[in-house]
Design a protein around this ligand. Structure first.
Ligand code: UT7
Length: 329
């Protein structure tokens, strides 16, 4: 097995910003409630006509430019998303074409907020197995297209954005890259966070539209409790499996859903506040894009440097959950 490393990073968020005050004019809410209960202050919203592949392409171009390689070098493209441009073809195909990644294959990966980590795990193994040189892992979601802006329980939480890691083989002898992962699904949680209609069980009809079933439905409390418990469980077990504990971790880069979920997880893992990246105040929950967006902030603020042990962790609809351990470099 070769060791996979993250060799480049690119992100894109649309310029439009929706603040808590803006939302308070749309539903019965206020800035204080949103900040206290979630930590979110604003989120970026894609303009009409912009789709998930548009944001994914922009983020991927940044990653490729930073690495100094052309799209023609890419072997595979994984797009983690719950908001594909269309049911089919896969958004990965649209991204491949727009990038001009002539020799790449690829696919969409549906694991909601854990999608980026599932994609990263997959890429680490494609590269680790020696069959792929360059794999693009893309997390991109245009959540504003499936959010009900009449539902105050969900509309305050989500935003739009995209982030990309370029994964390739580490140099021989280099102590950098993928260490391990622990991913899980628990489908008993499916009813608590879902978009009920538009699939094969309840195809689109006048009735599903009238009943607003093409929007995200969430039982927030259920998801909250599961997230706090699971994020700790997968993180702790993964660290122990590799002989580490919380004190060995330089940085926890968690999925950004709710500040209280993140701080509870960090406390349970024995991490100090400076060991945790929280940037949901600026972006809200961008589903598959939160982890690359948070990683970019960690790198840009000098909190993540070569040789650091970084723990990525996420929980999302499905339920899905995952943790990935990485030596940055
Ligand atoms: O990405 C992974 C998926 N999602 C998550 O991880 C989200 C997990 N869940 C959460 O983050 C939290 O459950 C929420 C932020 C969604 C809700 O926070 P909460 O502390 O669980 O509030 P709650 O749902 O228990 O609601 C408390 C009260 C209710 O009023 P009553 O029944 O006590 O009178 C709600 O109606 O707050 C009310 N409420 C609001 N008030 C003002 C709910 N949403 C709002 C709102 N503004 N936006």
């Amino acid at each position: 097995m070769r060791r996979a490393r993250i060799s480049s990073l690119g992100c894109y968020v649309p310029p439009g910003v929706l603040t808590n005050d803006d939302l308070s004019k749309m539903v019965e809410t206020n800035d204080r409630w949103i900040v206290e209960r979630t930590g979110i202050r604003e989120r970026h919203i894609a303009e009409a006509g912009m789709a998930t592949s548009d944001m994914a392409v922009k983020a991927a171009q940044v990653a490729l430019e930073r690495r100094g390689i052309g799209a023609g070098e890419i072997d595979a493209i994984i797009v983690s998303t719950v908001t594909p441009d269309m049911q089919f073809p896969a958004t990965a195909c649209l991204v491949q074409d727009r990038l001009g990644a002539a020799k790449a294959w690829g696919f969409d990966l549906s694991a909601a907020c854990s999608g980026f980590l599932y994609g990263l795990t997959t890429a680490a193994h494609l590269v680790g197995g020696g069959t792929h040189r360059y794999v693009l892992v893309i997390g991109a979601d245009t959540m504003s297209r499936i959010i009900d802006y009449q539902d105050r329980g969900t509309c305050v939480l989500f935003g739009d954005g995209a982030g990309v890691f370029l994964v390739e083989a580490a140099d021989d002898g280099e102590d950098a890259g993928y260490i391990g992962h622990l991913n899980q699904i628990d489908g008993s949680g499916a009813p608590y966070l879902c978009m009920p209609a538009g699939g094969s069980r309840r195809p689109a009809s006048a009735e599903t539209v009238a009943n607003r079933l093409h929007y995200v439905k969430q039982e927030g409390n259920q998801v909250f409790k599961f997230a706090v418990r699971k994020m700790q469980e997968v993180s702790e077990e993964l660290l122990a499996r590799h002989g580490f504990s919380g004190s060995d971790v330089k940085l926890l880069i968690p999925h950004q859903a709710n500040r209280r979920i993140i701080t509870a997880t960090a406390e349970r893992l024995g991490l100090a506040p400076e060991q945790v990246i929280i940037n949901l105040d600026k972006y809200g929950n961008t589903t598959a894009a939160t982890i690359p967006l948070a990683t970019r902030d960690a790198v840009c603020t000098g909190k993540l440097n070569k040789g650091d042990l970084v723990l990525f962790a996420a929980v999302g609809a499905g339920y899905t959950a995952g943790a990935v351990l990485w030596r940055w470099g």
